[in-house]
Design a protein around this ligand. Structure first.
Ligand code: SF4
Ligand code: SF4
Length: 82
């Protein structure tokens, strides 16, 4: 069922384009970390900002995302907290 929350998350995750992003690194790959816009920034990895492809991600219009660098700055929800 597409209205099942886990199914929607899995669908979003499958569409996430973080892996080819220049900022995505070996630490994130080892954690199989994706979908930072929903799950928040990585608790263990550190990053050098080398660009962010979130603005062209297919999840952006689906989720109504407005931010970027979720792996560093936190989820859409976290970034909206003043
Ligand atoms: S917006 Fe960024 S973090 Fe969210 S699914 Fe797309 S590429 Fe991944
Ligand atoms: S959240 Fe943005 S900067 Fe981080 S890996 Fe994904 S596309 Fe790259």
């Amino acid at each position: 069922m597409i209205n099942d929350k886990d199914t929607i998350i899995a669908d979003n995750r499958a569409k996430c384009i973080c892996e080819p992003c220049p900022t995505y690194n070996e630490c994130m790959r080892a954690d199989n970390a994706l979908l930072f816009c929903i799950s928040g920034k990585s608790p263990t990895c550190t990053f050098d900002k080398k660009g962010c492809v979130c603005p062209v991600c297919p999840v952006k219009p689906i989720r109504g995302l407005t931010r970027a660098y979720y792996c560093i700055r936190g989820s859409e929800q976290e970034q909206k907290i003043p």
